[in-house]
Design a protein around this ligand. Structure first.
Ligand SMILES: NC(=O)c1ccc[n+]([C@@H]2O[C@H](COP(=O)([O-])OP(=O)(O)OC[C@H]3O[C@@H](n4cnc5c(N)ncnc54)[C@H](O)[C@@H]3O)[C@@H](O)[C@H]2O)c1
Length: 370
């Protein structure tokens, strides 16, 4: 693997099974039990398959640094700290978010099936990654869900009308399961783009789209270095831009408070800034059993609407109007066939992380060759 003169535009393409095995090996070498390594690998590779490379295997170097700093605690489990029937409070204690959120959803699914609804306040988990993954876990159980998340203590986004970083990229997610088909999954960062997408642009050496970043003085910029270069203190904008940025900014603020305050976790401010490599997520999830409503025609109604929506006239260059989750489903099908593309900078960083975990060059070479 060349360590210097990496062409930022080149990439490796690796099959999903080989990539998954590689991720399992990395975390087992770092000390994860096999179930944890498998859950982390499933989540990261699934994010890449869905087309969200910002939340895929490219996170491994950051996770490894947090792990070596003792900030990400391997082999931890979701701890139920308060059981109020339809409301559960769960402590994540900086365990692997991919395990903590999975276990929290398992509990919430069981409770929502029994009671019709369950709200979970999940606090202090290490990065729980792509939130759609958790909505899909609920949808596989036939359940509707809504998720409000804060990136506690890691403000990167300026509020509407502001210049300074005040909240995280705080994602919102909502999902509606459909019999025999992929669920509708709306899942996005409340920033104009996810921070990981700016990281991918930085690694590739390309500009971000306009309307995403401001520099330290609040001027618009397309340089991803405004967020990721050493000593730079620009900010992401909330989604919605100059005209409707108050909506993204408002939703981000509600995510911060629902997730950070209601879970018993924490909100972002000067006293709570996370200065290590840890990424701390809190999440309010509301999981609902659609069978508990008096709505025998819900699928028919939803399908009729979808049909009507898609029958709209389209603007030039648009082949199909997409519903939430359809883009991810199409990318998943394609990448399952063709493999996952990973830019060379990210791949080199992942190889370094594998070495840091204790994998030998010979073991790593097995995967580089595939
Ligand atoms: N854990 C964290 O701290 C954290 C923080 C921020 C973001 N995230 C994750 O980052 C990921 C990426 O977020 P993002 O904001 O870059 O997502 P995005 O801008 O790609 O938006 C994704 C959503 O928009 C829908 N969509 C995409 N293109 C569409 C089209 N042409 N027509 C209709 N719908 C379309 C998708 O189906 C999906 O629901 C998400 O999975 C999010 O959960 C996680």
């Amino acid at each position: 693997m060349p360590k210097h003169n990496i062409d930022p535009y080149s990439e490796v393409i690796i099959g999903m099974d080989a990539l998954r095995e590689f991720v399992v090996s990395i975390w087992q070498a770092a000390g994860s039990a096999s179930r944890e390594a498998a859950l982390v690998a499933d989540h990261l590779v699934e994010a890449n398959l869905a087309g969200h490379d910002s939340h895929g295997v490219g996170m491994i170097p950051r996770y490894m640094r947090a792990c070596r700093e003792g900030e990400l605690k391997l082999n931890s489990h979701a701890q139920l700290v308060r059981d109020a029937g339809a409301v559960l409070t769960i402590e994540g204690a900086r365990g692997f978010g991919q395990v903590i959120a999975f276990e929290a959803m398992e509990r919430g699914i069981e409770r929502a099936r029994r009671l019709g609804v369950c709200a979970i306040g999940l606090r202090n988990a290490h990065h729980i990654g792509r939130i759609g993954h958790w909505a899909e876990q609920c949808a596989r159980a036939g359940l509707v869900s809504f998720h409000f998340v804060n990136v506690a203590g890691d403000p990167l986004v300026a509020p509407f009308g502001g210049i300074d970083r005040r909240f995280g990229t705080n994602p919102f997610c909502a999902a509606f399961p459909r019999e025999g088909r992929v669920p509708l999954v709306l899942d996005f960062a409340t920033s104009a783009v996810a921070a990981g997408k700016v990281r991918v642009a930085f690694n590739k050496g390309v500009e971000t789209p306009a309307g995403v970043l401001i520099d330290v003085d609040g001027r618009p910029t397309r340089d991803p270095g405004a967020l990721f270069s050493e000593g730079q203190h620009g900010a992401l904008l909330a989604f919605g831009g100059a005209v409707a940025g108050h909506k993204g900014s408002g939703l981000a603020a509600m995510c911060e408070i629902f997730a950070g305050a209601l879970s018993g976790g924490f909100t972002s401010r000067t006293e709570t800034l996370v200065t290590s490599n840890a990424i701390v997520n809190c999440m309010l999830s509301v999981i609902v059993d659609p069978a508990a409503f008096d709505a025998p025609d819900k699928d028919k109604e939803a399908d009729a609407f979808v049909h009507w929506l898609k029958a709209t006239r389209r603007v030039e260059g648009v082949d199909e109007v997409l519903l939430p989750g359809e883009r991810e489903d199409a990318t998943r099908r394609e990448r399952t066939e063709t493999g996952v593309p990973i830019d060379m900078t990210s791949w080199a960083q992942i190889i370094d992380a594998a070495r840091a975990a204790g994998m030998t060059d010979a073991a790593i070479a097995q995967y580089e060759a595939r």
